[in-house]
Write a protein that binds this ligand. Sequence first.
Ligand code: FAD
Length: 310
Amino acid sequence: MSVLVLAEHDGKQLKSFMAQLIGAASRWNQPIDVLVYGNQVDEMAREAASLSGVARIILASAEHLAHPLVEDVQDLVLEIAREYSVILGAHSVLGKSVLPGIAARLDIAPIMDVIDISGPATYIRPEYAGNIFSQIENLQSRQIISVRTTSFKPVHGDGHADIVTLPVPRSRAISHWISDDIHHSDRPELASARVVISGGRSLGDDFERLLAPIAGQLGAAIGATRACVDAGFAPNDLQVGQTGTVIAPDLYIAVGVSGAVQHIAGIKDSKLVVAINHDPNAPIFHYADYGLVADLFTALPELQTALKER
Ligand code: FAD
């Protein structure tokens, strides 16, 4: 028996967290197969084949997988699921949609958002917005697991896995892809960026104008609080936190962010946290390594000038 990893890509290249996902898969010390699906995804299959520790790439290519729908991906995985003792995915939007359905159809409980694997069937996962960590021993015959990729070490890119082709079942066509509304950005991907600067709702309509130049100077991704997103000042995919993206950058700069528990749940693993807030009692200062009590509308232009002069 071996581990089946569900690959993720954007149609052009693999998601950067794939190296960490394979790092997590290697904890079982079993052969690792990676399922790469889509339409014309040979390049991504080759990329996945180069990840160290991968034994085999299972390539599933079909026109209807160009914009994969949850039920089609589940049908595809179920074609081969019986060959695997572990089915593993990232705790991403896709993983969260696909894995529970596969588990339900196999009559197995999935273990989601795993941050550590301490045995072949023993996992650590956060609960109550990261306020407690539970250790779970999973005695089921098959393990269906999603992992928080930022918690695992990436593997190198020196592998040479074989690529085999999987016949793709017909689409059940119970739903149809119409369009994607994607927020395009040249900045690093939020989930894997080494530096992230986030803004709260207090930035208002100046969110992009004030944060973008500094993000550019630092090579940072931009994040936002839920209140900021809900108010329409930042797009939904920038939300950081319990119900947004969970990140673990080397440097996290929180600007006008109060520090609500749900936000902190998404930044707890950041290596260094810097907070700018005009309220010295803002909860964010309990988590910050460096804090600046200042009005953000003054502090951000000053920071931008200081970075320019470096
Ligand atoms: P506020 O709470 O309004 O705080 C604004 C901060 O800006 C304050 O600290 C204030 O002192 C400071 N400020 C104001 N003006 C200035 C200025 N001129 N200069 C400097 N500082 C200034 N939130 C998330 O972020 N992510 C999540 O994933 C998330 N999930 C949630 C899930 C649930 C089930 C629930 C109930 C809530 C969730 N929330 C989440 C919302 C969370 O509880 C907070 O409401 C939210 O994080 C607050 O956002 P904020 O800090 O931008 O706004």
